[in-house]
Design a protein around this ligand. Structure first.
Ligand code: ADP
Ligand code: MG
Length: 397
């Protein structure tokens, strides 16, 4: 699917003030940005607007402050990091809307940048409050959405504001849509989808969709346990999402239907430990022999080797969700082997999901992946074929 909404590069922006929704939801520690990937990803759109003579007002959320100010979630450190990356000063506005925001927006000249305080300090953001959207929109005369990670949310800054101003999609948003769409719409075969993480319920729609369009779906993470339980296989003390068991049973039935395209592949072995603990010892077991008192914390070595071979032969790979509790040193192996295979296959590779991307960063493999999505939930909903409110709200192309 090509991006079918208005594109920022086609908009006359000189002399205008653009409100740009970005995804600066970055990790902070000790008042510093610890991973600036998402800030870097927004630079091309910001630079394009500045080069073309617009004044730029940036707006983002950070974390979940629940509608009231929380100094630990201020975007102030992000303004400082952005200034370093842009090589120019970035004015920080200590509120998202209000008198100070209006005053600073009015004073902003073409070629200048300011960043508003965390949108979610105001309850109007997540409530999609029309008054909050109007207050944001009043700061600018154009709206650009470059926050792919937030387009699946119908919030004031993603859905309200584009209804009030001429609106377009930024360069990152366009590229995310185009790169992810290739996976679902026009993949080189075979299309191998690798899914892990904690809960099957998070990814049920995605699995259903990929049963129709993928060639193989490789399951890892704690997500495999509801599938085993649905097959009557005991899983010891492994993390099992109870509501996931019936969902998994339905998916297993769909996978067996004669017109289903994809093969649903479950682990043949599991690495188990006695507790979810950094010191837990790794024990390799067959999938059907995790005893009481032990919990599955990673795919086993045989499964990891099998998944690596399958990934190596892929035309296209989409990966979401770690294969195990990769935060625990003894249980990162499966995720590591799969990540290495994704990084080295000749197929087109696309990775989405906060924790999967964190694993890639930790392993130093991001440069070997064709497209690392900045959107977790948004990338999954797009692939699932769900209309994304932040994209639907933009002007037509
Ligand atoms: P992503 O953010 O990439 O979409 P998820 O959020 O769905 O991934 O899942 C990541 C989480 O799943 C990690 O915190 C990891 O510890 C957890 N996880 C994966 N496998 C297991 C397991 N076998 N037991 C417990 N937790 C697991
Ligand atoms: Mg996650």
């Amino acid at each position: 699917m090509a991006f079918d909404r208005a594109r920022v590069q086609d908009v006359e922006v000189a002399g205008h003030t653009a409100l740009v929704r970005v995804d600066f939801n970055v990790p902070l520690a000790g008042g510093e940005v610890t991973d600036d990937t998402r800030i870097r990803a927004a630079l091309p759109t910001i630079q394009l607007l500045l080069d073309r003579g617009a004044a730029v007002i940036l707006a983002s959320h950070l974390g979940r402050p629940d509608g009231s100010p929380d100094p630990a979630l201020s975007l102030d450190p992000v303004a400082r990091r952005l200034a370093e990356l842009l090589g120019r000063s970035v004015a920080f506005c200590p509120e998202a809307t209000g008198e100070e925001a209006v005053r600073m927006a009015d004073a902003l000249e073409p070629g200048e940048v300011m960043l508003l305080e965390n949108l979610r300090f105001d309850p109007g953001e997540t409530a999609n409050d029309p008054a909050f959207a109007r207050a944001l929109a009043s700061l600018a005369d154009l709206y650009v959405d470059d926050a792919f990670g937030a387009v699946h949310r119908a919030h004031a800054s993603t859905e309200g504001v584009p209804g009030l101003l001429p609106s377009s999609g930024g360069l990152l948003l366009q590229e995310e849509v185009e790169r992810l769409s290739v996976v679902a719409d026009d993949p080189e075969r075979p299309l191998i989808v690798v899914l892990g993480g904690a809960k099957v319920s998070d990814k049920i729609g995605l699995i259903s969709r990929f049963l129709e369009i993928a060639d193989e779906i490789l399951i890892g993470g704690a997500m495999c346990f509801p599938f085993f339980r649905a097959q009557g296989i005991e899983t010891g003390d492994s993390l099992v999402e109870e509501e996931g068991i019936s969902l998994a049973a339905d998916l297993l039935a769909s996978a067996e239907a004669p017109d289903t395209r994809a093969e649903l592949v479950l682990p043949v072995d599991i690495a188990a430990g006695e507790s979810f603990d950094a010191g837990a010892e790794r024990v390799e077991l067959d999938s059907d022999s995790v005893p009481e008192g032990m919990l599955g914390l990673d795919i086993g070595e045989k499964t990891a080797a099998d998944y690596a071979v399958r990934i190596d032969g892929a035309g296209t790979v989409f990966w979401n969700g770690p294969m195990g509790a990769f935060e625990l040193p003894g249980f990162s192996l499966g995720t590591r082997i799969v990540a290495d295979a994704v990084a080295s296959t000749d197929g087109l590779t696309v990775v989405g999901g906060g924790d999967s991307v964190a694993a890639l960063v930790e392993f130093g493999l991001t440069d070997s992946i064709d497209w690392v999505s900045t959107g977790g939930g948004a990338s999954l909903e797009l692939l699932e074929g769900i209309p994304l409110p932040g994209i639907e709200a933009l002007d037509g192309g």
